[in-house]
Design a binder for this molecule. Structure first.
Ligand code: GRF
Length: 209
């Protein structure tokens, strides 16, 4: 089953710093990723990533999440994304779990980036979990979002070494460099229609058009 796509309009959801968003936007600006960022949504009004999106002249929306139900947030965000013709939603440091309403509105068309080699270390503080576990390698994962926590089919992964003496910040920075590489690559492959789902395995080939 081919994954996505329709147009090349991306919707970005973020809650914080937004370096993955900025890396995607830079790739697009450099002509290395054929896509358009139609809308950047944040659930945090003061997210630096939202300010950066405004600075870049992109459409932005603050959709508050505090004090409202998951479904109410999901409905408001989905409405905005649909209004802007988004076909692929990219979570980029979005710190909220999406509910069934959102996931069903964009079937196999939501990506997330997670700072570990899933299924190891899902959830919060993945880099700290990896250090505490003592793994020699960690990395990052781009995956499709379903209703599980960090459990959807894996699109792409990159491995980075864990060095003796690494702090959480050291490891996080090393992983972040890899995140910035693989997220745009994965988005490009999906938009090019090169990914198909076979069970849980995302097969990457030539265009599946
Ligand atoms: C990244 O480590 C990403 O893997 C995780 O949240 C962090 C977001 O960083 N989901 P940034 O906001 O993109 O800089």
């Amino acid at each position: 089953m081919k994954i996505v796509s329709g147009n090349r309009q991306l919707g970005i959801l973020l809650s914080g710093r937004g370096s993955n968003f900025a890396a995607i936007a830079d790739r697009i600006a450099a002509g290395a990723l054929d896509a358009e960022i139609a809308l950047v949504i944040s659930d945090q009004e003061s997210a630096p990533g939202l300010a950066e999106a405004r600075r870049r002249g992109l459409e932005t929306a603050f959709v508050p999440s505090a004090g409202r139900s998951r479904e109410s947030f999901d409905r408001a965000a989905v409405e905005r994304l649909q209004e802007h013709g988004v076909s692929l939603v990219c979570l980029a440091g979005f710190m909220r779990i999406l509910g069934p309403f959102f996931v069903r509105a964009f079937p196999m068309a939501i990506l997330n980036i997670h700072p570990s080699l899933l299924p190891a270390f899902p959830g919060l503080d993945a880099q700290k979990q990896a250090l505490e576990h003592g793994v020699r390698f960690s990395g990052c994962t781009v995956h499709l979002v379903d209703e599980s926590l960090d459990g959807g089919p894996i699109v792409s992964q990159a491995v980075v070494p864990v060095l003796d003496g690494d702090s959480v910040d050291d490891l996080s920075a090393r992983i972040l460099d890899a995140e910035h590489q693989i997220y745009s690559d994965a988005i490009g492959r999906i938009l090019d229609g090169r990914c198909a789902l076979d069970g849980r395995r995302v097969r990457v080939g030539d265009s599946h058009e």
